[in-house]
Design a protein around this ligand. Sequence first.
Ligand SMILES: [Fe+2]
Ligand SMILES: [Fe+2]
Length: 202
Amino acid sequence: MSDARVTPLKWATPREWVDAVGTDTLALLSDHAHCELKAAASAQALIAKNTQRPELIMELLKIAHEELEHFGQVVAIIEARGGRLAPVSGNRYAGELLQRGVSGRSPHLLDRLLVAALIEARSLERFRLLADHLEDQELRALYAELLSSEASHRAFFLDAARKNFSEAEVTSELERFAAVEAEVIRALPFDHLVHSGPPERA
Ligand SMILES: [Fe+2]
Ligand SMILES: [Fe+2]
């Protein structure tokens, strides 16, 4: 799974991130739930913008369904723990990634597919760390369970990019977006969020 073609990430989240984020699991779960909801909304937005590409529609619809299921799963855990889903807040990571990646022009399909692939790749990396290192056994099981579907989402977005654009264009744009992604996430402040920056000492 460390194959660069499969995992385009250019910066590895340090193990200390799990210890820090594990100190407020309700906040993490709430942010995670919103990430799932936004992933479902992004998949629906891609469907609406690409009605002329029927081969993408059914796959994106499946992803939207799965993300909504994940949202429900996470909300159920929050409620079982006596918590409440926090109000929605902007996702600085995803916003900066798209904004800095497209720099001034309006994003086209390749940008959106690669940004989606990188967000899925980063989420997968973090879910794997959480599944391996969180102290909370219930949450370890949750993150372990989500790994395979997030891996298939990442693969879908990369495959869709390769099917709709030339290999040379995908390779160079993926390289560029992956460098931006690494810069963005490393520079973000630490918080109890799925896509936060590293804790101070890491
Ligand atoms: Fe998901
Ligand atoms: Fe996903």
